[in-house]
Design a protein around this ligand. Structure first.
Ligand SMILES: Nc1ncnc2c1ncn2[C@@H]1O[C@H](COP(=O)(O)OP(=O)(O)OP(=O)(O)O)[C@@H](O)[C@H]1O
Length: 352
């Protein structure tokens, strides 16, 4: 079990990580997901021991490895965790085999055992044929595999990844995603993986912590996040496409939804209505729950069409069966379902 307890990280007066508490079960694949600057890397660096928390504790398997309150932490090399960065920094003067063997030499593993472990790991990552080559003689994707092999060679019980696939092209990313999941199953190591790519998060994770501005907005399984987003931020950050969020305000005896009077019964005078993209439709003409929007984007998605409209800063996405007749820049009528899927308060908290 990996426990993060009331963890805080301050840089001067700026709080990059704010009171984060999460319990990660053994063998889980936790993804830290959030926009740039939300504190993901800082949290991961604290887990690795590279950064000392300002307050709070990190506990691996019942043993405290970082204690911000006491200004103390176990050295990164001694905490049974392995870290893979976005840039993989292999030793250029060592062969692939030499790079993977290096951490085992450092931990003084006997020679025969070392050779067996290196062979096993190279096979697991499908790079045995590259064993004698040097880093400048292999591709970027292969270098990333070597970096991962080097990290898992000492059998760390916790594996930490910081956007490890962001330097790879789209096709290779998808392939490596599958490989990393295979690797996770094969090693059984509790994994913490940082990304801002929500598709990566939703396909790989057993657990996701969605972060924003230093806080964890929601911690749960990918399905939890999609089925029951706890904040408007989560609702609009996860899912493909993300959910639509439309402001609702009291106006006279009725309510305006996205700026138009509509027959709704919101739980408060001012709130946000969430509509799932697959429940939105397009209408030929104006109706009781339609919003005229400028058509800004259409794209084919798994045999259906994703249509995006814009109006006064409000962006709506619908997944429909057929592409609209309208062209980009023309007006289309988006029809909202009779009832939204969820309601959120103006501060983003879920209401029902
Ligand atoms: N050493 C530092 N000194 C001062 N501020 C820092 C330091 N490291 C990070 N920060 C700030 O803390 C915040 C969180 O940074 P962090 O790198 O954790 O974000 P992130 O979510 O990983 O972003 P990205 O996806 O862009 O890497 C940012 O506002 C960043 O500028």
């Amino acid at each position: 079990m990996l426990e993060i307890q009331n963890l805080v990280k301050r840089f001067g007066s700026f709080e990059a990580v704010k009171d984060v508490s999460i319990s990660v079960p053994d063998g889980a694949f936790l993804v830290l997901l959030g926009p740039s600057g939300c504190g993901k890397t800082t949290l991961l660096r604290m887990l690795s021991g590279l950064e000392l928390p300002s307050a709070g504790q990190i506990v691996f398997d019942g043993e405290t490895v970082s204690d911000g309150d006491r200004n103390w932490s176990v050295d990164p090399a001694k905490r049974n965790s392995g870290l893979v960065f976005q840039s993989y920094a292999l030793w250029p003067h060592m062969s692939v085999k030499g790079n993977v063997e290096w951490p085992l030499k450092v931990m003084k593993m006997p020679k025969a055992e070392r050779a067996a472990r290196v062979a096993e790991v190279l096979k697991l990552l499908d790079i045995a044929q590259l064993a004698e080559r040097y880093p400048n003689e292999i591709s970027g994707g292969q270098q990333q595999r070597v970096a991962i092999a080097r990290t898992i060679a000492p059998k760390p019980s916790v594996l930490l990844f910081d956007e490890p696939l962001s330097n790879l092209d789209a096709k290779l990313r998808v392939e490596m995603r599958t490989e990393l999941m295979k690797l996770h199953r094969a090693t059984g190591a509790t994994t913490v993986y940082v990304t801002h790519d929500q598709i990566e998060a939703m396909t790989m994770a057993t657990h996701v912590a969605v972060m924003n501005q230093g806080r964890v907005q929601q911690f749960g399984t990918p399905a939890d996040l999609v089925d029951h987003p706890e904040t408007a931020f989560v609702a609009t950050f996860v899912g493909t496409p993300p959910n639509n969020m439309v402001p609702v305000v009291k106006n006279g005896i009725g309510y305006k939804v996205g700026g138009r009077h509509m027959p709704v019964t919101p739980p408060a005078d001012e709130c946000l209505a969430m509509y799932r993209a697959e429940k939105m439709t397009l209408a030929e003409t104006e109706g009781e729950t339609t919003l005229p929007m400028e058509l800004v984007e259409t794209s084919a998605i798994a045999g259906r069409t994703m249509v995006t409209g814009l109006r006064d800063g409000l962006r709506l996405t619908a997944i429909v069966d057929r592409p609209p007749a309208a062209r980009i820049g023309e007006t289309v009528q988006f029809r909202l379902p009779e009832r939204p899927d969820s309601w959120f308060a103006p501060d983003g908290e879920r209401i029902d």
